[in-house]
Design a protein around this ligand. Structure first.
Ligand SMILES: Cc1cc2nc3c(=O)[nH]c(=O)nc-3n(C[C@H](O)[C@H](O)[C@H](O)COP(=O)(O)O)c2cc1C
Length: 375
C-alpha cells in the first residue's frame, strides 16, 4: 500500500481526505463514526456563540437531472442523476457548551486523526472580535488540531458574519489577526467563492497570519421554480431565500477558484472543497496544489458520514499512485498548477497569433491602429 499521508500546515494526516464542516460533522457520534470509517480528518460543523434558529422544514435538498430529458428538479426520481445539493442551513444550532468536553473526548479516543474546529462570530466591533478569540481558545483547550475560520456561510443576514466577512478584505485580515493573537494551533480560513477575485481576500487573510485557505463553500443560488405550482421547489409558506449550491455541479467552479489561489500563492497551503465523491474528483485539487481535500454532499448521501466514499477515495488514491509509481502525494501535488494560463497563451490554429483582444504591437514608434470614430 503506497503512503497516502499528507503533512498539511504542520499536521500529519494519515490520508488527505476530510469531512467538510456540515451535517456529517454535526455531532461527536458522527465524527467518531467518520474516524472509524477511515477519514484522515474532519472539520466540525461551524460552532458559534450567537443564537441560531433554522428555517421550518427541510434545510437541504438535492437537485437531479432527469436521465431521459432536460428536466432539472428536486423531486425524487429514480431515473435521474444527482447534480447538486442545495441548502439554507445555518451553523451548528448546538451552543459552544454542548461541544466542550465532547471535542476533548473525540481527541482522546482518536489521537491520530485530525480534528479541526470550524468557528464563526460577528466582527463588527472589539467585543465581537473577542468572541472569535473565545471560540478559538475553547477549541484549542479541548485539544483540537487546527481552527477553520468560517468567512463563507452564504446565508447570513448580518453584514459582519459568514460570507460577508469573506467579501471584505479588511475584515478578512482583522479577524484572522485577532484569532492568531491567541491561537497556538494552525489557523485555516474558509473563503467564500462569491467574490470577483478570491486572490484578494486570500492575500488579506495571509496578511492576517492565516496558515491555509479552504475553498469552496457553497455557491449562492436559488432552487428552481416548479412549473405547475409556480413555487420555488424549496420554500416556507411560499417564500425562499438565497442558499448554497454544493455537489457535482460546483467542481469546475471551485477548481477555477482554486487555480487562481494556488497560482497566486504556489508555496502556501490549500484545502480543496467542492463536488468531490471519488478520487478522480479529488485528484483535480491535488494536481492544482492542494494538500488536503474536503467532502460534504457525497458523504451526506452515503450513510451520513460517507463510509463508502472514504473507502473509494483511499483505494482510488492507492491504485493511482501504484500505477504511476508515485511514492507520496508530494510527487504529484501541484503538477498541473502551471498549466492554467492566460487565454492568449493557448495555441492558435495555423500559427496565427492572438494578443488577448489587443492590436498587434508595432515595431519602432508606430502606434497600433486605433478604431476610427464613426460618423
Ligand atoms: C447542509 C449543509 C450545511 C453546511 N454547513 C456548513 C457550515 O456550518 N460551515 C461551513 O464552513 N460550511 C458548511 N457547508 C459547506 C460545506 O462544508 C462545503 O464547503 C460545501 O458543501 C461544498 O462541498 P461539497 O460539494 O462536497 O458539498 C454546508 C454544506 C451543506 C450542504
Amino acid at each position: 500500500m503506497p503512503d497516502l499521508s499528507s503533512t498539511f500546515t504542520g499536521l500529519r494526516f494519515e490520508n488527505p481526505f476530510m469531512l467538510a464542516s456540515a451535517p456529517p460533522t454535526e455531532s461527536d457520534a458522527n465524527i467518531m463514526r467518520a474516524f472509524e470509517a477511515g477519514w484522515g480528518g474532519v472539520v466540525t460543523k461551524t460552532i458559534g456563540l450567537h443564537p441560531v434558529v433554522n428555517v421550518k422544514g427541510p434545510k437541504t435538498r438535492f437537485l437531479r437531472a432527469e436521465n431521459s430529458g432536460t428536466k432539472l428538479s428536486m423531486a425524487k426520481n429514480p431515473n435521474s442523476t444527482l447534480v447538486a445539493s442545495w441548502n439554507w442551513e445555518l451553523i451548528s444550532d448546538k451552543p459552544l457548551d454542548w461541544w466542550i468536553g465532547k471535542l476533548a473526548n473525540i481527541k482522546k479516543q482518536y489521537p491520530r486523526h485530525m480534528l479541526v474546529a470550524s468557528i464563526m462570530a460577528g466582527s463588527g466591533n472589539d467585543k465581537e472580535l473577542h468572541n472569535w478569540q473565545t471560540l478559538a481558545k475553547a477549541a484549542q483547550d479541548e485539544g483540537c488540531d487546527a481552527l477553520e475560520l468560517n468567512f463563507s456561510c452564504p446565508h447570513m443576514d448580518r453584514i459582519d458574519m459568514g460570507s460577508n466577512v469573506g467579501k471584505d478584505k479588511v475584515l478578512c485580515s482583522v479577524v484572522t489577526q485577532a484569532v492568531k493573537e491567541v491561537a497556538k494551533i494552525p489557523v485555516w480560513v474558509k473563503l467564500t467563492p462569491a467574490t470577483a477575485n478570491i486572490v484578494e481576500e486570500a492575500s488579506a487573510s495571509f496578511l492576517g497570519g492565516a496558515d491555509a485557505i479552504s475553498s469552496s463553500n457553497t455557491f449562492p443560488s436559488l432552487p428552481p421554480i416548479d412549473m405547475n405550482t409556480l413555487d420555488f421547489e424549496m420554500n416556507v409558506e411560499g417564500y425562499c431565500s438565497s442558499g448554497g449550491l454544493g455537489g457535482p455541479a460546483i467542481l469546475p467552479l471551485s477548481m477555477a477558484k482554486m487555480a487562481q489561489l494556488t497560482k497566486a500563492f504556489p508555496d502556501r497551503a490549500f484545502s480543496g472543497i467542492g463536488g468531490v465523491s471519488t478520487f478522480e474528483h479529488a485528484l483535480n485539487y491535488f494536481l492544482l496544489g492542494c494538500g488536503t481535500v474536503q467532502v460534504c454532499t457525497a458523504a451526506m448521501l452515503d450513510s451520513a458520514i460517507g463510509p463508502n466514499v472514504i473507502k473509494q477515495l483511499t483505494s482510488g488514491m492507492a491504485e493511482f499512485m501504484e500505477k504511476r509509481g508515485f511514492a507520496s502525494l508530494e510527487d504529484f501535488r501541484g503538477m498541473r498548477r502551471d498549466r492554467v494560463v492566460a487565454h492568449s497563451q493557448i495555441k492558435r490554429p495555423e500559427a496565427r497569433e492572438y494578443h488577448g483582444g489587443y492590436e498587434e504591437e508595432h515595431e519602432g514608434y508606430a502606434r497600433p491602429q486605433q478604431p476610427q470614430p464613426v460618423g
